[in-house]
Ligand binder design. Structure first.
Ligand code: SF4
Length: 357
């Protein structure tokens, strides 16, 4: 039995502490993808990555988590990834832990994930492999040979599904101008892959090294999300295996429609709970409400590694107030998860989608 997501029901009313943490573990990467917003964001000069000891203090200062998402960089380049996961598992008991990866380090990924699965029995462990096109399109974005290496990793990881009921394997595709005409083929390809329980598509975001990739045709994004929705509704695509996965699929459908609306209207179309329910921690200890990286809440090294103290500072409160006033907007999928699931005004639409699955 994994940790129940219902433990967080109180956050529907009281939004007092983060239950979704995105932790950028490293800037190091073995790919240099032209659509990576983290490559373009400015590192803090001379600032070392948080050590295991520092991360332990941070995790101690936080409460129970619904969702812990690692990010980077390539997260499997951190030798201590399994130890970091164990720290959060022991102290914050996340219902879901997400490991996104380019899938290039087959053996390292397999070994670390199996170590994590053996220890973190009560969390859902989800690995998302990146596939951004059929072979030639994917390799043109991520480097020659990378498509086949990611598929090798997919095959190895697939062998863990039968042994660990808390393991989930999915694919993520970044939607950009280079693959917007290849989407139907990618979706068809992924729908035929063995052992893949979910396929998500993330709209390109942030400042990226190749800005031409952001010249997307929003009608093509709309066509893509409608195809994903149809596949979920006609049973061509499946859901994750964890309890509540059908609700998550309904939320995915609603989320993509809201993202499409946000991209067109260029404003917050539903209230954002970033900074209240969501928090982003970077490898050097900076804390942001979200991944727009525009306004920092503080740095854990300056607050004695105490997240509650940091979030109570005058500066953090000021930034969070500006979000409440809808001064910003974005299309980042992760924030729509909490913005939908913890907003009762969204429930009629959520139930409607749920009943169609
Ligand atoms: S709307 Fe987007 S940019 Fe603004 S706080 Fe929420 S997640 Fe961040």
């Amino acid at each position: 039995m994994t940790y129940s997501t219902l433990r967080h029901l109180g956050s529907v009313i009281y939004k007092r502490k983060p239950i979704q943490l995105t932790f950028f573990l490293t800037r190091k990467c073995n790919s240099q993808c032209p659509f990576c917003f983290y490559l373009s964001s400015s590192p803090v000069q001379g600032s070392a990555e948080l050590s295991l000891g520092e991360i332990e203090k941070i995790s101690r200062s936080m409460g129970k988590l619904l969702w812990l998402a690692f990010s980077g960089g390539e997260i499997f380049l951190r030798d201590d990834l399994a130890d970091i996961t164990r720290l959060f598992y022991d102290r914050n008991k996340p219902s879901i832990i997400l490991f996104p990866t380019n899938g290039l380090l087959t053996n390292v990924i397999y070994e670390k994930i199996e170590t994590i699965l053996r220890y973190c029995r009560k969390s859902t462990i989800a690995v998302k492999l990146s596939i951004d096109g059929t072979e030639s399109v994917h390799d043109s974005l991520r480097g020659k040979g990378s498509f086949r290496r990611t598929l090798q990793t997919h095959s190895r990881l697939g062998t863990l599904l039968g042994r660990y009921g808390n393991f989930e394997l999915g694919i993520n595709t970044v939607f950009c101008s280079a693959n917007q005409d290849n989407m139907a083929d990618i979706i068809e390809f992924v729908s035929k892959m063995d052992n893949i329980n979910t396929h998500t598509v993330s709209l390109i975001r942030g400042d990226v090294p190749d800005s031409t990739l952001k010249d997307i045709d929003i009608t093509k994004y709309h066509g893509t999300i409608k195809l994903l929705e149809a596949n979920l509704k006609n049973g061509k695509s499946g859901f994750y295996r964890f309890k509540g996965a059908r609700l998550k699929a309904a939320q995915d459908i609603l989320q993509r429609n809201l993202i499409h609306e946000t991209a067109i209207q260029k404003k917050q179309v539903i209230p954002c709970f970033a900074g209240k329910l969501n928090m982003v921690l970077t490898e050097s200890g900076d804390v942001y409400p979200c991944e727009s990286f525009s306004e920092k809440l503080g740095n854990v090294r300056d607050s004695g590694y105490n997240v509650a103290k940091l979030l109570n500072s005058g500066n953090a409160k000021k930034v969070i107030r500006s979000i409440n006033k809808k001064r910003c907007f974005c299309t980042h999928e992760c924030y729509y998860i909490t913005n939908i699931l913890f907003n009762p005004k969204r429930y009629p639409m959520l139930i409607k989608e749920y009943l169609q699955l």
